[in-house]
Ligand binder design. Structure first.
Ligand SMILES: [Zn+2]
Length: 195
């Protein structure tokens, strides 16, 4: 079990989501779905073996922690990876719904640009998951066509302003722009590639 949790970067988040569901919380929003606001019941925390401690059990105590774990991605710190290893490692962490992420990463790799340190990287404040991350503070967003919808644009704008306010640098990779031109605009992040 532990091995599974460590080797699959998403596994811990899935366990946390399941735990939230059992505790009557909506894993997406953290909203309490129990109508009576109870702290523990026989469907969630109570069992016949912990009856005596029932007054200590309170599902609200773990809600925030579990929600943070939902955004967590586990990675093994096994020293520096080679460029090939890093590329493979990142590829395994891409959002499967976004072909732009793959296209962007492949281009960085093939043309000798600097590879990101992280993919699907969870940030606590403001809470979000960025597509790619370069240490110490560069957030890369790959915006495919769904990001052209007005409602999504508004959400994106708000989040990205918050990130900048917190000192993150935000770089947007858009599907309708020339990818390599975008990359070349930030040599301090992506390097100069193999000329
Ligand atoms: Zn309950």
């Amino acid at each position: 079990m532990l091995r599974l949790l460590v080797e699959d970067p998403q596994a811990l988040a899935e366990v946390a989501r399941e735990a939230l569901t059992v505790l009557h919380f909506d894993p997406e929003t953290g909203k309490d779905l129990a109508e009576d606001g109870h702290r523990a019941c026989y469907e969630c925390l109570l069992s016949y073996t912990n009856q005596l401690e029932a007054h200590l059990l309170d599902r609200f105590q773990v809600r925030d922690f579990l929600r943070e774990l939902c955004a967590a991605r586990v990675s093994l710190l096994s020293g520096r990876r080679t460029r090939e290893e890093q590329y493979k490692w990142l590829t395994e962490r891409l959002d499967p719904r976004s072909s732009l992420e793959k296209e962007f990463l492949d281009l960085l790799y093939q043309k000798g640009y600097r590879l990101p340190d992280e993919a699907q990287f969870g940030i606590k404040e403001p809470r979000c998951v960025v597509d790619f991350f370069y240490e110490p503070n560069v957030c890369i967003f790959c915006d495919g066509p769904p990001h052209d919808q007005l409602a999504q644009q508004k959400r994106d704008d708000i989040l990205r302003k918050k990130l900048r306010f917190k000192g993150y640098r935000v770089i947007i990779i858009r599907y309708d722009r020339d990818l390599e031109e975008l990359i070349k605009a930030y040599p301090d992040v992506f390097g100069r590639g193999e000329c």
